[in-house]
Design a protein around this ligand. Structure first.
Ligand SMILES: [Fe+2]
Length: 223
């Protein structure tokens, strides 16, 4: 397997392109509004991926983010839909070279493989694949299934405290903007979001404002 850096600062230079790509994927997702498999689920998977990446220095962070965007995007039903991973991979194969032409073919291949196999495969020793699948499987809580360590790949995801964390986060909504900012901050060494800065809407759901970056810890040594 081709070795590469687990995080390339160049991947995180252009948030604007990612947001346009994310909007196109959403516009082409038959179930974007589904609570079980729609946008709220993809963003929660992306956020979970960021949590796991803290302990996965060899995983490809940009592929983990792209996995969250694509892997369930082509579901046509919330029920049995065995080919949705392959359709998500096909959409990635169409859109990623157009929006992100600098992403190396080997990384696109990893992304599509993770999408195709995400429902059927067991745990993986590959750090990127394992992080992708665990990000999804930790959120089985949303369909009333407790994630089983038997189907998880990474030590962090198997930690009972992390499984409990995933349960506690099922109602949290994240925007692509804050997700990208978190990945970007981690990749560029800017620090992590300050959870205490969250606001809650009248229903008690956590909301972070679009374009509001006050929750990013300042760069090290800047204060
Ligand atoms: Fe899926």
């Amino acid at each position: 397997m081709e070795a590469r850096k687990s995080s390339d600062p160049n991947d995180w230079a252009d948030g604007a392109t990612f947001f346009v790509l994310a909007a196109e994927v959403e516009s082409r997702a038959p179930l974007a509004d589904s609570l079980e498999h729609g946008l709220n689920h993809w963003t929660l998977v992306a956020w979970t991926g960021a949590e796991l990446l803290v302990t996965m220095p060899d995983a490809d962070d940009f592929v983990v983010l792209l996995f969250a965007l694509f892997y369930d995007s082509q579901r046509e039903t919330d029920y049995v839909d065995p080919d949705h991973g392959a359709r998500g991979a096909a959409l990635a194969t169409e859109l990623v070279p157009a929006y992100l032409p600098d992403l190396e073919p080997s990384r696109l291949e990893k992304l599509t493989e993770a999408c195709v196999l995400h429902t059927a495969a067991g745990p993986s020793d590959d750090p990127t694949m394992g992080t992708c699948w665990d990000s999804d499987r930790l959120n089985l809580w949303r369909v009333d299934i407790q994630p089983s360590p038997r189907y998880l790949s990474t030590a962090e995801a198997k930690n009972p405290k992390r499984i409990e964390w995933a349960l506690d986060h099922q109602d949290v909504e994240y925007s692509w903007r804050e997700i990208f900012a978190r990945y970007q901050a981690a990749a560029l060494g800017l620090g992590y979001p300050i959870e205490a800065a969250r606001e809650q809407d009248p229903d008690g759901r956590f909301i972070w404002g679009e374009g509001d970056v006050r929750w990013i810890v300042p760069p090290r040594g800047s204060s």
